[in-house]
Design a protein around this ligand. Structure first.
Ligand code: GAL
Length: 447
């Protein structure tokens, strides 16, 4: 099978995020983000790595875009750094930040690469976190101002927008578990952060549409296919709770179905933060839903896990293959999740906005040979095609990631790129997976 099997108008691309690639953390008037502060705090990120320099994409984007063009990649997903544009989160505009994104967008278009822009990929301005961040309802106003700014400045050239990246991850890891920025823990932070993020995803959509009615608007979700460990009632119910938490908590309110509280009783405290009109305000008719899938999760009942009473059974305990992130390699996961989402009656089209894997790549004699990644991408893509052929509304696929980059709390060790980055010299080397994707996109390589 080659690329043609997916149809002419299937959207192919690669994904990145500002904090993970840009570097230039203090350049030209940029304000600090919560990730600058978190990674600058000892012990928060593995080996105390940080994104101060990252891939230096801020300075090297012309070369990187040229590489993208050589690889025949038609669509490039990247995010905007809120604090590069609005150093205090609102109000004062940083002209240099605006100039940078204008140059980046213009350069993409000059090279025939279509920009797909995420408004928020986890790097909240630190100034806003000092006022409560996502737990403060004022974030609705801050976010609306930021979204309006981005669309009014770049919307003449950017025609594909994504509002949020994986709200379940940035609220869960950042405000409940404390393992991502801003490092807060507990229900008291998590629950309001969830509600405000869910409202912002719809507000962001409406703001973009009001300014650019013709533009394509999506938002992205982390999603894993969930299966019970054993076919027992207790595990089946535990799996259902985990599915509601990981896959449905942000999607269903956007679809106008409200929060899945029947399956997530402990989230009922969210009602405390609901104001009149919020239920309607949570819904927005997106043009597409971004599906970000890497793995499946196998779940068992756990008496000891508070609230959720469920725990994940890690792949090494199940004797199945897994990546450097300890995520099971399970291609059928993407098939099942595309099918699951397609079953909602009012679901818009689905675009896989992230899929990829971290393996222990090595640069040897100027080459990176990564057959595991090639096979991973081929197998997952076969499952995307299978879902499409069986009627799932999937309309695109973006590899995570274009280049190796800063993998959040894991630092630089897990490499996800199609292009290798030598972090000493910052030199780029296309991996064999990158060459494979190039050939595939030209219809020369098969799955
Ligand atoms: C996603 C996230 C990306 C990237 C990827 C690999 O959850 O959106 O920023 O880090 O996972 O872990």
């Amino acid at each position: 099978m080659n690329k043609n099997a997916f149809g002419e108008d299937f959207n192919w691309g690669v994904s990145t995020a500002a904090y993970q690639i840009e570097g230039a953390h203090e350049a030209e008037g940029k304000g600090a983000s919560i990730w600058d502060v978190f990674s600058g705090t000892k012990g928060k990120v593995k080996l105390n790595h940080n994104g101060n320099l990252a891939c230096d994409f801020f300075n090297r984007y012309p070369d990187d875009l040229q590489l993208m063009q050589i690889m025949h990649i038609p669509n490039f997903r990247f995010s905007l750094s809120w604090s590069r544009l609005l150093p205090d989160g609102y109000g004062r505009l940083n002209k240099a930040g605006l100039d940078y994104y204008n140059r980046l967008i213009d350069h993409c278009l000059e090279l025939g690469i279509t920009p797909w822009v995420t408004l928020y990929h986890w790097d909240l301005p630190h100034a806003l976190e000092m006022q409560g961040g996502w737990t403060n309802r004022l974030v609705l106003e801050w976010f609306q101002e930021y979204a309006a700014l981005c669309v009014s400045q770049f919307g003449d050239r950017v025609k594909h927008w994504m509002v949020l990246n994986e709200p379940m991850v940035f609220t869960g890891a950042g405000y409940f578990l404390g393992v991502h920025a801003p490092g807060r823990r507990g229900f008291g932070s998590f629950v309001p952060a969830v509600h405000h993020a869910a409202l912002c995803q719809a507000i962001g959509g409406r703001t973009i549409r009001s300014l650019q009615p013709e533009t394509t608007i999506g938002t992205t979700f982390s999603c894993s296919y969930i299966e019970p460990f054993r076919p027992h009632e207790k595990d089946v119910r535990a799996a259902r709770r985990v599915d509601a938490l990981l896959n449905r908590l942000f999607l269903e309110p956007a679809l106008g179905l409200g929060y899945p509280l029947d399956d997530l009783k402990f989230m009922r405290r969210i009602e405390k933060y609901m104001q009149p009109g919020d239920e309607e305000m949570l819904a927005f008719d997106f043009d597409f839903i971004g599906v970000q899938n890497y793995t499946r999760e196998v779940v068992k009942y756990s008496f000891w896990t508070p609230f959720l009473q469920a725990s994940l059974v890690p792949p090494r305990k199940r004797n199945v293959p897994y990546t450097l992130m300890n995520w099971e390699v399970y291609p059928e996961s993407i098939y099942h999740i595309l099918q699951q989402f397609s079953r909602y009656p009012n679901i818009p089209k689905l675009i896989v906005t992230e899929n990829g894997a971290a393996f222990p790549d090595q640069l040897l004699n100027g080459q990176v040979h990564d057959p595991q990644r090639v096979s991973f991408l081929q197998q997952y893509l076969q499952q995307v095609l299978r879902a499409k052929e069986e009627g799932a509304k999937v309309a695109g696929y973006f590899v995570w990631s274009f280049v190796d980059n800063f993998e959040w709390a894991e630092g630089y060790d897990p490499r996800f790129g199609l292009v290798h980055v030598d972090y000493e010299t910052l030199q780029r080397t296309i991996k064999s997976s990158g060459y494979w994707y190039r050939d595939f996109l030209q219809g020369k390589a098969t799955l």
